[in-house]
Design a protein around this ligand. Structure first.
Ligand code: KIV
Length: 281
């Protein structure tokens, strides 16, 4: 039997210095592929707004969309820890809205945890959500839901003062009870310091090799989304090219009559065929 990944299991990996792997998924079929390959964490990221829905940013993503996709992902997963990303304005306004909406994610999708972006006043909200029994993954650095305030997709924590602030933010979020923290788009040196200072696992995305784990957006690594290409992405396959070639072949074969072949067709028995001919004469 496959052993289910748990929060304790992730902490154990950090202690043993075993790297944690995480990727995003938004649907049942890819969730099955990732889970079968042995990924530790499947994040149903609000990046689905961009890579699935084609929006320019993650801002328009709704809670209902996140619940729908997380439920589909969870159905395809046996082993990985499934984390539902809380979309913009589903948790920032008040502790009450955060608990109720994160609670919906847990109750209605069966996911294991939620993710919330930000620090500062978010620390209090994270503390209260955790106190209500919901595991929270924090997320600091380049936080796409604050894109306007951050001035676009930029590396965060490049100055000593900003870097110290991010270290303090990470420590505060750990103190609030977050079970892990995503560090997005920060200098490698800062990723290393935060990872050393925390007892919870850091999951880097553009935060260097010293983080306890790495996360990437699956359509980015498979060449299925090319609109924004930050330096931290590594493309491992060109699935778009494979898909385009297969679709071109389908179009060609339908046109030429090569598809469907005999093997894709159903046949009537000769007796029924003859009987039918008599019936429709
Ligand atoms: O939405 C997302 O996919 C994320 C990852 C980039 C960490 O937050």
């Amino acid at each position: 039997m496959t052993q289910q990944m748990t929060i304790a299991g992730l902490l154990n990996k950090k202690k043993k210095k075993e790297r944690i792997t995480a990727l995003t998924a938004y649907e049942y079929s890819f969730a099955r592929i990732l889970d079968g390959a042995g990924i530790d964490i499947i994040l149903v990221g609000d990046s689905l707004g961009m890579v699935f829905a084609g929006y320019a940013t993650t801002i328009p993503v709704t809670l209902e969309q996140m619940l729908y996709h997380t439920k589909a992902v969870k159905t395809g997963v046996e082993r990985a820890l499934v984390v539902c990303d809380m979309p913009f304005l589903s948790y920032q306004a008040s502790v009450e809205s955060a608990i109720l909406n994160a609670g919906r994610a847990i109750k209605e999708t069966g996911c294991d945890a939620v993710k919330m972006e930000g620090a500062g006043r978010m620390v209090h909200i994270v503390r209260e959500v955790v106190a209500s029994g919901i595991p929270v993954m924090a997320h600091i650095g380049m936080t796409p839901q604050s894109l306007g305030q951050l001035g676009g997709y930029r590396v965060q924590g490049k100055t000593a003062v900003r870097a110290r602030q991010l270290i303090e933010d990470a420590i505060a979020l750990e103190g609030a009870g977050a079970f892990s923290i995503v560090l997005e788009c920060i200098p490698q040196e800062l990723g290393e310091i935060i990872t050393e200072r925390l007892t919870i696992p850091t999951i880097g995305i553009g935060a260097g090799v010293d983080c306890d784990g790495q996360v990437l957006v699956t359509p980015d690594i498979l060449g299925l989304y090319g609109e924004i290409k930050p330096r931290f992405i590594k493309q491992y396959a060109d699935i778009a090219a494979i898909a385009a070639a297969a679709i071109a072949q389908f179009i060609e074969e339908v046109g030429s009559g090569a598809f469907p072949g005999k093997e894709q067709c159903y046949a009537m028995s000769p007796e029924e065929k003859e009987a039918l001919q008599k019936l429709i004469q």
